[in-house]
Design a protein around this ligand. Structure first.
Ligand code: F3S
Length: 112
């Protein structure tokens, strides 16, 4: 079992979660973060830190977010580790309350 970053993170990427993780299990994509399930120790300290309420334990995931288990696992193998907080995406606050953002997920590395 591991914690999972869900759809609410897309286009927000506040990164408050990264700061508290004791195992450096977060991986950063262009507009989304994932948790590497092989690194996550299931401590849950990241959950209350997220302003977008984007992190959930696997067992508490809503049915609509189940696909994010596999998405976190697969993208964690492609994306680099992030160990310190960064500025949120510029329009993070505008996207925070928006649902159904999966079509906005960017999975390729940013050029340059
Ligand atoms: Fe994403 Fe929330 Fe972390 S928006 S980057 S899961 S603090």
């Amino acid at each position: 079992m591991a914690y999972v970053v869900t759809e609410n993170c897309i286009r927000c990427r506040y990164t408050d979660c990264v700061e508290v993780c004791p195992t450096d299990c977060f991986r950063a994509g262009p507009n989304f973060l994932v948790i590497d399930p092989d690194e996550c120790i299931d401590c849950g300290v990241c959950v209350p830190e997220c302003p977008a309420d984007a992190i959930s334990s696997e067992e508490d995931l809503a049915d609509s977010q189940r696909s994010f288990v596999e998405l976190n696992a697969s993208l964690a193998k492609q994306w680099p580790v992030i160990i310190s907080r960064q500025a949120p995406l510029p329009d993070a606050d505008d996207w925070k309350a928006i649902r159904d953002k999966l079509q906005h997920l960017v999975t390729e590395p940013v050029a340059g």
